[in-house]
Design a protein around this ligand. Structure first.
Ligand SMILES: [Zn+2]
Length: 109
């Protein structure tokens, strides 16, 4: 059986970039890692990248927080939730375009 292609369209790429930025902010502020991510955050980042590559909605995906399919394992879901909560406000300062896009997406139903 042929394996499904991994997602790599613009929506997924964009989402990956946003998630990666948010995890980096979180690790820098919370774990005081200046350049590289700590092991825990690195693990979370890899997990998120993998989930996005395999997201069944691909380019049609909505914000993960609105998604009906809970594809994250509970411990990762809790972690990424705290990252989003924590980094959300910093995203407004550092990367306004990303957070605005994210908010707009969240309000689309
Ligand atoms: Zn960290």
């Amino acid at each position: 059986m042929a394996r499904r292609e991994l997602n790599n369209g613009p929506v997924i790429q964009d989402e990956k970039e946003t998630v990666s930025k948010m995890i980096h902010i979180y690790c820098r502020k919370k774990h005081h890692h200046q350049h590289d991510l700590c092991d825990e955050c690195n693990d979370l980042l890899n997990y998120c990248m993998q989930r996005l590559s395999l997201c069944r909605f691909g380019e049609k995906k909505s914000a993960c927080s609105n998604c009906k399919v809970h594809c994250y394992r509970p411990e990762y879901r809790e972690k990424i939730k705290s990252v989003m909560r924590y980094s959300g406000k910093w995203m407004l300062l550092y990367h306004p375009v990303y957070s605005v896009k994210h908010l707009v997406k969240q309000n689309q139903k």
